[in-house]
Write a protein that binds this ligand. Sequence first.
Ligand SMILES: Cc1ncc(COP(=O)(O)O)c(C=O)c1O
Length: 476
Amino acid sequence: MHLHPSTLLLLAATAAAFSPSHTMSRHSALSVATDPTLVSSTPSLIPPSKIDASSVASLFEERVQKTYGRYPITFVEGKGCWLVDEEGTKYLDFVSGIATCALGHANPELTEAVSTQMTKLHHVSNLYYTPQQAKLAAWLCENSCADKAFFCNSGAESNEAAIKLARRHASNRGITDPVIITAEQSFHGRTLATVTATAQPKYHKGFTYGGEMVRGFRYTPYNDVDALKRLVEEINETPEEDAKAGRKRGLAAIMLEPLQGEGGIRPGTLEFFATARKLCDENGALLICDEVQVGMGRSGTLWGHQQLNIEPDVFTSAKALGGGVPIGAMMARGAAADVFGPGDHASTYGGNPLACAAGLAVAEYFSEHDVLSNVQERGQQLSAGLEKIATRYPSVLGEVRGWGLLKGVVIKEDAGCTAAELVGDAMKEGLLLVAAGPSVVRFVPPLIVNNEEIDEALVRFEKAIEKRVASTSSSP
Ligand SMILES: Cc1ncc(COP(=O)(O)O)c(C=O)c1O
């Protein structure tokens, strides 16, 4: 067998880790740990069973960093599209963990797959092969334009991998200053690079260095073909001083969501994506699609970019990929699939057997239950119902937009309430929704939602609107 030199290095390092001297130092560490004077001065651990969790909200207040504004509900269980709080109140879940629990809650097949995998093998690192990762990579490639997968744990991490891949790809082409274009109102994650890619200034506040985020990102208005062309032209001109210093600026990638989720449920246009594809081809750059929210069936096709008739060089997935079990993937096609070599990028948990067993269970369920047809049919039912409600309450509700089971309804500017307030109103009716920006209410139920549940959600949403309108017209 021929081994790559870096694989040989890796094997040598692994062997060193098990060398006699390493074993000795582990033994001496053990003998220190059993030193009686040290043990007696070590405070005893407080087991979780001794922690008073009678008020979960108070514990959060005291012990959890406030990165989220939370609604005052504590969920304790779920089944299908329904969640139950600690008081036993049932809610119809049209959030699904923010477009994540594709098969709903406590899905028997997903539960069985994860439980069984846990009894066999859940993690060994990427130093070795595991069948589950191989199979999930193959499934993803067989059902997309991609040739190879890289696994990680979240959407941000999959986009971070795509950004690094684009930079390495550009570097291989002699570009010293690689530029990645992303769209205004985009959302790509919260790591330093992905939040820089996220072209929404509110997410950058307080995270800059000398006023700058990570260098090498430029922003363009979403769906604006001419602006995108102009920006690429500008990027291709290396500033004179930089050129004199031997630097070369160039387009590394255009990174876009096929449908902007967090930015307000805005679908991409065919023309914009065709232009992005052409510009990448002309400039040797990579077209990256962020499929973290719209992908894995939510649009009614397996991938959002299939709605736009283009094939990206790279696309990313997370959220629905594991049906709520954390997993992310960065998928690459053609030459892009071979940019990374051993040691170039990594993730300890990435693609472990547990997460991949979850991904495989979701994938299997999709085929067995024709989930994509359900997304298309229930998506149409949801749009039609929302449009009817919007015509009955034109002072509050505007356009209904989106694909499949990723739908949003616009709250009019002079409606007298925000999307977040309407989400609160719906919650009082036992319906969970989530805002997408300040003026869009988003509907992202599990992909297995049925006819009756869509109707029930529409009834509850209309009740919330009705009460809101009644309260504003009766207030002085
Ligand atoms: C399009 C898109 N990309 C990336 C992310 C980040 O994913 P994660 O929160 O798993 O890091 C999100 C999260 O909402 C998203 O919607």
